[in-house]
Ligand binder design. Structure first.
Ligand SMILES: NC(=O)c1ccc[n+]([C@@H]2O[C@H](COP(=O)([O-])OP(=O)(O)OC[C@H]3O[C@@H](n4cnc5c(N)ncnc54)[C@H](OP(=O)(O)O)[C@@H]3O)[C@@H](O)[C@H]2O)c1
Length: 297
């Protein structure tokens, strides 16, 4: 298959693109700068130049491909506080690619975040069958799933907040930077709330399998560890940096955690059973503790 990948210069794509190439697919990756184009070529993909807001470029690239994996997201804008703007740009990009794919039967693999559902009010152990009518990133997830009714073999991979490989840990990288700056590896309350995680290689494999065989309308969980307590995560970070782990008072949460203050207290216990059963996907990589500290928790 010839696959168009957005976010091709990003961290997740660093696993997705080699996984696709090793399986015999070819890849064209979106790149908005010379630096990104160089990174994408170094991964063995061709490049189409454009920003996520260049909707014509997205439509054309999606039309020319046999399938699309959509990973790009304005993460920097989100970290700077403009989650709404990032979410709107994401939705517009999805619409542009959908315009090229409707009625084609081609696969479109979108990206969502397990924490998004918790932020929008879901409580309990999250499964792939759980969905919400709307919310930041949830609207995009629902739009991609709805394409299944319009002749697209669409699926969505929900990512945990800490997709990790040695040196890169998703939101945990931000927690490390905060702990380094403040001298405390912090959590909120008793830190019993949990976040799921997965290794980047396992995540890359799931995107490839979803592209190849996910039934239309599948929600998938790229989750290996279902829930690591935030106090355990803080302990790992503290051990790594040689700083104490401890609670941060709720009134100091925004100052201490910055953009992460919206997420740090959320309990995001997440199942992967349906994904495993549906696609035969089994995570095999090391756990977050191993990648973070060099030894299992
Ligand atoms: N890593 C995680 O733990 C994690 C957890 C939950 C969800 N996710 C989601 O997974 C997806 C991929 O994440 P990632 O970790 O690979 O992110 P990343 O390393 O920050 O990469 C983001 C990618 O999006 C591209 N991008 C951002 N704004 C763009 C724009 N305006 N136009 C064109 N491209 C743009 C970036 O291009 P440049 O190289 O030019 O900046 C980069 O290729 C995102 O949707 C992210 O929110 C990731």
């Amino acid at each position: 298959m010839h696959v168009f990948v957005t976010g091709a210069s990003g961290r997740i794509a660093a696993a997705v693109i080699p996984e696709l190439l090793a399986a015999g697919h070819t890849v064209t990756g979106l790149a908005r700068s010379d630096q990104a184009a160089t990174a994408v070529r170094a991964r063995g993909a061709d490049v189409v130049r454009g920003d996520l807001t260049d909707l014509d470029a997205l439509t054309t690239a999606a039309r020319e491909a046999d399938g699309v994996i959509h990973l790009a997201f304005q993460n920097q804008e989100m970290r700077e506080g403009d989650l709404a703007g990032a979410v709107t740009a994401d939705l517009r990009a999805i619409e542009a690619m959908a315009a090229a794919l409707e009625g084609s039967g081609k696969p479109f693999v979108g990206t969502a975040a397990t924490l998004g559902l918790i932020l929008a009010g879901f409580t309990g152990r999250l499964t792939e069958d759980d969905a919400l009518p709307g919310g930041p990133r949830i609207d995009a997830e629902n739009r991609v799933i709805a394409l299944a009714g319009h002749g697209v073999r669409s699926s969505v991979v929900r990512l945990p907040p800490t997709v990790h490989s040695p040196g890169q840990y998703g939101f945990a990288s931000a927690l490390i930077a905060i702990a380094r700056a403040t001298g405390v590896a912090g959590y909120l309350g008793d830190g019993a709330n949990r976040w799921p995680s997965a290794g980047t290689q396992d995540v890359g494999r799931l995107y490839r399998v979803a592209l190849e065989s996910a039934p239309a309308g599948s929600r998938l969980h790229a989750v290996a560890e279902e829930g690591i307590a935030l106090r355990d995560l803080a302990a790992m970070i503290g051990r790594r940096l040689g700083v104490p782990a401890g609670p941060v008072a709720p009134e100091n949460a925004e100052r201490h955690f910055g953009f992460l203050s919206a997420f740090i207290g959320l309990d995001n216990h997440t199942s992967n059973r349906i994904t495993r059963d549906l696609l035969g996907w089994t995570p095999t990589g090391p756990g977050l503790g191993t990648d973070l500290t060099g030894s299992p928790r």
